[in-house]
Ligand binder design. Structure first.
Ligand code: COA
Length: 148
């Protein structure tokens, strides 16, 4: 992943599932679906019922420190990205690296739904090679796509 020294790892333990929850909650106001706080119990239940084929998740670490996560969800035959970087690690290129990693992990095109006022996410995804695909005015939602 370039010179950033950030490593993608699978979510393998209960501690990883909890780390994933904390990173997701740190950026929850920018999520395009549910922005609700996720409790440890909700997170554990979600993880148990997750379909690993249609919902793929990675934690991104520098040495042993988790700085962000990336998730790919197969929905209506499209792979959709979801990601967050912990606030103290933002603005250092990790978001762009995670978008790039997710796009490379997909067989086909990769899709991202981003709120129109989420400038860091838009810049990170453009930097990773995505292009604007559609504007859904009603929700101030922009849809980006990176071709395979
Ligand atoms: C979106 C997010 C993952 C980006 O992670 P990041 O590590 O900060 O991303 P990067 O450092 O790779 O890139 C951020 C880009 O936004 C720019 N940026 C950073 N903060 C900014 C701000 N407040 N306003 C405008 N641009 C900003 C950076 O300059 C950089 O652009 P550049 O590559 O053209 O220089 C991170 O901000 C985050 O977790 N946000 C909360 C959750 C979220 O929004 N997730 C995505 C939902 S679609």
């Amino acid at each position: 992943m370039g010179t950033l020294m950030v490593q993608a790892g699978t979510v393998a333990s209960d501690a990883d599932v909890e780390t994933l929850r904390q990173i997701r909650n740190s950026g929850r106001q920018w999520m395009t679906r549910s922005t609700a706080e996720i409790s440890p119990e909700q997170q554990a239940a979600w993880w148990t019922q997750r379909n690993a084929r249609t919902c793929r998740v990675w934690l991104f670490r520098i040495a042993d420190t988790a700085v962000g996560y990336g998730l790919l969800r197969l929905e209506h035959a499209r792979w959709w990205c979801s990601l967050a970087v912990l606030p103290r690690f933002q603005g250092q290129g990790y978001g762009r690296a995670i978008y790039t990693y997710l796009a490379c992990a997909c067989d086909g095109d990769t899709w991202a739904e981003i709120l129109a006022d989420n400038r860091p996410s838009i810049r990170a995804c453009l930097g990773a090679g995505f292009d604007l695909h559609a504007v859904l005015d009603q929700h101030a939602l922009l849809v980006y796509r990176r071709n395979a």
